[in-house]
Ligand binder design. Structure first.
Ligand code: ZN
Ligand code: ZN
Length: 259
């Protein structure tokens, strides 16, 4: 069975880490997080925000190999038209840009805009499929989560969003995901006002047992926290210890996983 390769290019919420100013170019500084983005199979980019071109540069990845960009939503930390235009510029075949069906954006040259309907399944390339799921986040930014599938492998990408909307929760029943990447914008405390747009650590603690009970995840599923707000969390190493307590891992910029 072929593996799916993913690489975290950025793992930050929009309160960019103060460390970036001094240590932006460091390849692996776990506490210097750049704008949230994920590279799948070296060719499919999920989100292209403020720092994504820098992330690619720092990690030594040639952006000309990117064929498709999937957009979770149009907030600035996930969607930067100028950067997308730069990635699309040198391509012989237009870059495929995937957005929710009702998203309104201005034209970006050398891109083919593909509008996605929630819960439909689309083929990307090399046997990789994506299904957009509805997400609980700012509706003005046309938010969506993604389920990526290749052979029997399944990955959920849920940044940004809080909890699950009913149809998405039901859709994920019995999926027995291999990897679940969850929004963990807010740290390990209660009372944060963002509960209807982002997850906190206590919310994730509550969610995981229910997701296990409906077989969205199982004991083999990797749970990875991303979209982390440095101003709302302790250090990366402390967050790693906290996450271990409920069986989760914490993403950092540059992290590669093969499933
Ligand atoms: Zn965000
Ligand atoms: Zn957002």
């Amino acid at each position: 069975m072929k593996k799916i390769k993913i690489q975290f290019l950025g793992t930050c919420a929009c309160d960019y880490s103060p460390k970036l100013e001094n240590e932006f170019k460091k390849k692996f500084d776990f506490d210097a997080r750049r704008s949230s983005a994920l590279l799948v199979e070296d060719t499919i980019l999920i989100d292209c925000g403020e720092h994504t071109l820098d992330s690619l540069d720092i990690l030594g990845i040639d952006y000309n190999q990117i064929t498709d960009i999937l957009i979770t939503h149009t907030h600035d930390d996930h969607f930067n038209e100028k950067h997308i235009e730069k990635i699309a510029k040198n391509r012989h075949v237009p870059l495929r840009l995937w957005l929710r069906e009702d998203a309104e954006i201005s034209d970006i040259s050398n891109t083919e805009l593909i509008k996605m309907k929630p819960f439909e399944k689309y083929e990307l390339s090399n046997g990789l499929f994506v299904s957009p799921l509805i997400s609980n986040h700012d509706p003005k930014a046309f938010p969506q989560h993604f389920l990526l599938e290749k052979d029997d492998k399944k990955i959920f990408y849920g940044c940004d969003g809080a909890w699950f909307l009913t149809d998405t929760y039901n859709y994920l029943n019995n999926k027995n995901l291999d990897l679940m990447i969850l929004d963990a914008t807010v740290g390990d405390y209660e009372g944060d006002y963002r509960m209807s747009e982002h997850n906190s650590i206590p919310m994730i603690r509550l969610m995981l047992p229910s997701l296990k009970n409906n077989h969205t995840i199982n004991k083999k599923t990797k749970i990875v926290l991303s979209h982390i707000a440095p101003s709302l969390h302790k250090s990366h190493s402390e967050t790693v210890e906290i996450a271990k307590g409920f069986g989760a891992e914490v993403a950092y910029d540059g992290l590669i996983m093969e499933l």
